[in-house]
Design a protein around this ligand. Structure first.
Ligand SMILES: *[C@@H]1O[C@H](CO)[C@@H](O)[C@H](O)[C@H]1NC(C)=O
Length: 333
């Protein structure tokens, strides 16, 4: 267990050297401007004193584990202190407070089997009729409107996790009796839990830039806990995700960057690309660096779909997807 504040690198040592560097360069600049001839002398005179000071402060405390220090989980959840994404204390907290189990009751849906706007169809072209997979969908909205995951759960028996930050939308999800785990959280945009202000706007709801600690709260905004997707998966004992649907109104790339790609096996993703401060090529490049290729872009003129479909290289290659699609078409005739 390792707290960021007490990392092995001893941040105080690093800070100290940075300070030292600042002080020395300021002195050099100032003295150079004032009297160039005296510069070397004054720096030389100062250095021993500075070094002595530095050495005195160098006896940083050895790195502590969370068993050794007074440990406040609320600081971890707010992001003031950080634990590893799979730290047992964090995982225990997520299991006990942030995960609601799949419903045992019949569905209460008003949509058909596949209300998705093309993303799920594209993923099915890759997955075929693969059964018993695992999906993650974020934002899950009300659990049915344009849901990308419903068809996998309902017709192919997949298990999954629905992630929705807006508490109002989350209440709607619970009423649908989805057979997936659900969590009323946003996905972290940093590799640790943190809380954010969240703009509640049904399908356009998103993380706001407003400070959680600001005394004046804006109307329509509420504080929401963000959790790293990897921590959620560890809490569910899941290491393989067959489809990750990511639509979080602009912070998709930030969420993707929190993922330890060597620890989870995500086969396919649909990722919305329109609202970010990054560009479509930025997103594509990042995913290529993680070992993915882009199957297609799913777009709808009404704006309900603006997604890339990514496939893991070592899961399926383009030619395999095209060959399978051909066999599927033939078998239909
Ligand atoms: C995950 O594994 C732990 C330990 O084996 C178990 O207690 C827990 O119920 C499992 N959780 C899920 C969601 O399968």
């Amino acid at each position: 267990m390792e707290l960021k504040r007490f990392s092995n690198r001893c941040p105080c040592r690093l800070l100290l050297w940075l300070c030292l560097l600042c002080v020395v360069s300021t002195i050099v600049v100032v003295t150079l401007v004032k009297s160039p001839t005296d510069t070397m002398v004054s720096v030389q005179a100062l250095l021993p004193a500075l070094q002595a000071n530095a050495l005195r402060s160098l006896d940083c405390p050895p790195p502590l584990t969370s068993d050794q220090i007074a440990f406040d989980i609320t600081d971890v959840m707010s992001g003031r202190a950080t634990l590893k994404q799979d730290d047992p204390k964090l995982i225990e907290r997520i299991r006990s407070q942030y995960l609601d189990p799949p419903s045992l009751h019949p569905y209460r849906l008003t949509v058909g089997d596949d209300p998705s706007q093309g993303q799920s169809a594209a993923v099915r072209e890759i997955m075929g009729n693969f059964r018993d997979g695992f999906f993650v969908e974020c934002g899950a909205l009300d659990g049915e409107t344009r849901s990308n995951s419903l068809v996998f759960e309902k017709t192919l028996g997949w298990r999954g996790l629905l992630v929705e930050g807006d508490p109002k939308n989350y209440d709607l999800i619970l009423k649908k009796n989805r057979k997936a785990w659900t969590t009323n959280a946003c996905l972290s945009t940093k590799p640790y839990p943190h809380s954010v202000m969240f703009q509640q706007q049904f399908n356009l709801g998103k993380i706001s830039s407003d400070d959680v600690d600001s005394p004046s709260k804006k109307a329509g905004e509420t504080e929401v806990q963000c959790l790293p997707i990897y921590s959620l998966l560890v809490a569910l004992n899941v290491t393989t995700v067959h489809y990750f649907s990511l639509d979080v109104e602009g912070v998709e790339l930030e969420v993707l960057k929190t993922i330890p790609w060597d620890k989870v096996d995500i086969k396919t993703l649909s990722v919305e690309f329109v609202h970010g401060v990054w560009s479509k090529p930025d997103l594509k490049r990042y995913m290529e660096q993680q070992g993915y290729w882009t199957y297609k872009e799913v777009s709808q003129s009404n704006g309900w779909a603006n997604d890339f479909i990514f496939v893991k290289n070592d899961f399926k290659k383009r030619e395999d997807v095209l060959r399978d699609a051909l066999t599927q078409t033939k078998s239909l005739h």
